[in-house]
Design a protein. Structure first.
Ligand code: PEP
Length: 255
């Protein structure tokens, strides 16, 4: 059975000390629910402090981006070896990075393969704009993103990835996809794209998240969908009670 995951993307929020306080509060609130992978992704700057504050605990740490090169003249970038030992997961290809920082499918693929080679877990984001959705292009666009992100990988590599379907029109808008819409794309497009390129056995093992305005009120219905294994959470991940409730509700469903 696929282990569910509640991954919190803190984006560009919280100072060094605020991040440690939030992480400690979240850790205390979600510690008992160990049938759910609980991942928090603070800013690069906050990561060492949060790692120190959480040492010995069960909460997993992730970064929000990484560069694929080992080292070199890439001003402002952070390499995998700089993160290794501190984080287990890295979000790549988030729509905000694609939109504002020119991240491409090719770059996402390079990052994913470099992370896997280092024994880390890429959380690979995909998702369509409102215009693409309204033009009926969701399936072809999202399927193309998934296939491009996983290009040149083996099936063994693919099962180590986490795929996050995040319709851009649902991110930070308060307008989540319905549970049925999310299921249709997570199963009928994201998992189906994996099955088409790597076979159904691989597709059945890969963890697929939904992201976009999830919260403590809609998470149970979303998590009841057969092809949704978790959530990539933005705003609600910054609220201790909301995030803890989402973890707890997920834990209940998987007992
Ligand atoms: C996100 O940024 O990945 C996200 C899903 O944000 P929110 O939950 O706030 O919509």
């Amino acid at each position: 059975m696929r282990k569910p995951m509640m991954a919190g993307n803190w984006k560009m929020n919280k100072t060094f000390s605020e991040a440690q306080e939030l992480a400690k509060a979240i850790n205390g609130a979600v510690e008992p629910y160990n049938n759910v992978d609980r991942v928090i992704c603070p800013s690069f700057v906050a990561l060492p402090g949060v790692a120190w504050a959480l040492s010995g605990g069960e909460l997993l740490l992730g970064a929000q981006n990484v560069h694929w090169a080992e080292s070199g003249a890439y001003t402002g970038e952070v390499s995998i070896s700089m993160l290794k030992g501190m984080v287990t997961h890295v979000i790549i290809g988030h729509s905000e990075r694609r939109q504002y920082f020119g991240e491409t499918d090719e770059g996402v693929n390079k990052k994913a393969r470099a992370l896997l080679a280092a024994g880390m877990t890429p959380i690979i984001c995909c998702g369509e704009t409102l215009e693409q959705n309204q033009a009926g292009e969701t399936s072809s666009f999202v399927s193309g993103q998934v296939k491009a992100a996983l290009a040149s990988m083996s099936g063994d590599d693919v099962v180590k990835c986490v795929l996050a379907y995040e319709p851009i029109w649902a991110i930070g808008t308060g307008l989540a996809a319905t549970a049925q819409q999310a299921q249709d794309i997570c199963g009928g497009v994201v998992r189906a794209a994996v099955a088409a390129d790597f076979g159904s056995a691989v597709a059945e093992q890969v963890v697929v998240l939904y992201g976009g305005s999830t919260n403590e009120k809609n998470i149970t219905e979303i998590m009841q969908q057969p092809d949704i294994d978790g959530a990539l959470i933005g705003g609600a991940a910054l609220k201790v009670e909301a995030y803890a409730s989402m973890v707890q509700q997920t834990s209940e469903l998987y007992k």
